[in-house]
Design a protein around this ligand. Structure first.
Ligand SMILES: [Zn+2]
Length: 547
């Protein structure tokens, strides 16, 4: 006794049986009703979503003895022959195995003969993009002058590979991936008919694994049924398909949040020891973090079983969007490298350990701002949102800022004493300023270490009567230095022994060159002091985000 695979046994036979593609079936039904049936159709979409099933249903709708009809009878000779693929008037060609020009030539010859016992001669060409260029061209000739009563239905998973000259002659229909819930509903319709018993969580896993393809979900069920078990559990599904249980990712994420390196590695070693594939583990974790990110931005992903939504939502509070993006990015990177690495385990270990450092990441803008806040003891609110965010280690940076606060405090108080204006009259010129600049810088660094960082971002515009006028392209440098300009004025007056004044002007320049792809070198050019500090705290750019 032969076993009919589920996908064939439960293949939809009417327009209404086809699930999740209502946007297409309704249009086609309408075309049949109003007798506006195109000469050629192009069905595009992922595998296993119903393209060839619908092609056959459409063929039946056109050739049914009752037709053209939107409800083919599935009983007449024509319908039954189409169902069993023996109709002489509905010719199915697999583009993948008939790529030669000869096949299309014979098709052209055959087109000369009218349909035998039906209204239309219908060619269903699956994976049409696989046809060779010559075959395409031969096909095109046919499409340019199609014989009456001939219809073409092309199906493809890769529409961009179909020549525009072909697709432009077709009515195109894009099939959707089938939502997990629809696949689940379908499986639940079939299980009682087949007298099989699946745990709900097992069905969910199958539907998820099928990745939008109903046919795949039914093939997966075939595989499981071959075990001959009475009741199929979640563990059966995990084991047969090598799926990593979500509980592992829950624990791993918890360990990462708690910064528990030891447990991260122990858990990882355990799951590997259980025989799970490194690629699967990595991919699974990428999906898991992606789902946390989705929840973070307010989208409930269908790939997450309702039972797990609460846990993932909870985790989403422990990460910033930037951190999640960073984590996903380095995992994707790791996934690529693991493929070719001779030590994939070591590679993933390192990546996971990097993730435990997630919480100590901070954006450069944030770092700059905090430095200013630490000095000025007030919040700095940027007028425009930063267009990029790079990260450096936050904790160390914070420590550094704390140190600066301690160092600068007594001197700030000392500075409050009004400096005595000296009587000596000297004229400051550019040459003198150049000569003295490093000494001045040193003094500013001692007294106002955070403001000193911005000295490298200013440019002398003019000196007039000991009035130093500087410009800067950096808004932050401008705001910081402007706020301490009185202190700087006193410092300069004391330094030169003559009354001196300093002020600053913000000059908007063209967009930063590194905006798309900043490197540490770009940042050094923009702000050497900041780069120096990043070096000191052993920070490094780990990623960027753009708005
Ligand atoms: Zn019929």
């Amino acid at each position: 006794m032969s076993y009919l695979v589920l996908a064939r046994k439960y293949r939809p036979q009417t327009f209404d049986e086809l699930i999740a593609q209502k946007h297409i079936t309704e249009t086609l039904k309408n075309a049949i009703k109003t007798d506006h049936i195109a000469q050629a159709f192009l069905f595009t979409g992922p595998r296993g979503v119903g393209k060839t099933s619908l092609a056959r249903i459409l063929a039946k709708g056109l050739n049914c003895k009752l037709g053209p009809t939107i409800t083919p009878c599935n009983k007449c000779k024509n319908c039954l022959e189409i169902t069993t693929s023996i109709s002489a008037d509905v010719i199915e060609i697999d583009g993948a195995s008939n790529t030669g020009v000869e096949d299309v030539r014979s098709l052209q010859n055959e087109l000369l003969y009218p349909p035998q016992s039906s209204e239309f001669k219908i060619y269903i060409i699956d994976e049409v993009h696989m046809l060779s260029k010559n075959a395409f061209n031969a096909l095109l000739k046919t499409l340019e002058e199609p014989p009456k009563n001939v219809k073409f239905i092309f199906a493809t998973t890769e529409p961009h590979k179909v020549l525009p000259t072909i697709s432009s002659r077709c009515q195109r229909y894009d099939f959707h991936r089938i939502p997990i819930q629809e696949i689940i509903n379908q499986i639940k319709k079939i299980t009682p008919l087949e007298h099989i018993n699946f745990e709900d969580s097992a069905i969910f896993l199958i539907a998820k694994k099928a990745d939008g393809s109903l046919r795949d979900s039914l093939s997966l069920m075939d595989q499981i049924l071959s075990l001959g078990k009475e009741k199929i559990t979640k563990d059966d599904v995990l084991q047969i398909f090598g799926i990593v249980d979500i509980d592992f990712y829950h624990t791993l994420t918890k360990n990462i949040i708690e910064n528990d390196n030891k447990k991260v590695i122990e858990n990882f070693h355990n799951i590997v020891a259980e025989g799970n594939d490194i690629n699967e583990i990595t991919l699974g974790f990428i999906e898991y973090l992606r789902n946390i990110l989705m929840l973070k931005i307010g989208i409930s992903p269908e790939e997450v079983h309702p039972d797990n939504i609460a846990q993932l939502t909870e985790f989403s509070k422990d990460f910033s969007e930037e951190n999640l993006l960073y984590a996903i990015t380095i995992l994707i990177d790791a996934k690529e490298k693991i493929k070719t690495s001779s030590h994939p385990i070591l590679f993933l270990e390192t990546t996971l350990l990097k993730l435990t450092k997630l919480k100590s990441l901070i954006s450069i803008e944030q770092l700059e701002s905090e430095m200013v806040v630490a000095e000025q003891q007030k919040a700095y609110i940027p007028e425009t949102k930063p267009s990029k965010i790079e990260f450096v280690h936050e904790t160390i940076a914070k420590k550094k800022i704390e140190q600066e606060k301690v160092v600068s405090k007594p001197e700030i108080q000392e500075d409050k004493k009004v400096a005595k204006p000296p009587s000596k009259k000297i004229s400051i010129n550019e040459e003198l300023l150049d000569k003295e600049w490093s000494a001045i810088e040193e003094k500013v660094r001692n007294e106002m270490p955070v403001s000193a960082i911005h000295l490298s971002r200013i440019k002398l515009k003019s000196i007039k009567n000991n009035f130093l006028h500087y410009t800067t392209p950096s808004k932050l440098a401008y705001q910081t230095l402007r706020d301490v300009s009185e202190r700087l004025t006193r410092l300069l007056t004391n330094h030169f022994g003559t009354r001196t004044k300093i002020d600053f002007e913000f000059i908007q320049t063209e967009k930063k060159k590194y905006i798309n792809n900043p490197t540490i070198e770009d940042i050094k050019r923009e702000s050497p002091k900041l780069a120096e500090m990043i070096d000191t705290i052993d920070g490094y750019i780990v990623g960027q985000t753009r708005e």
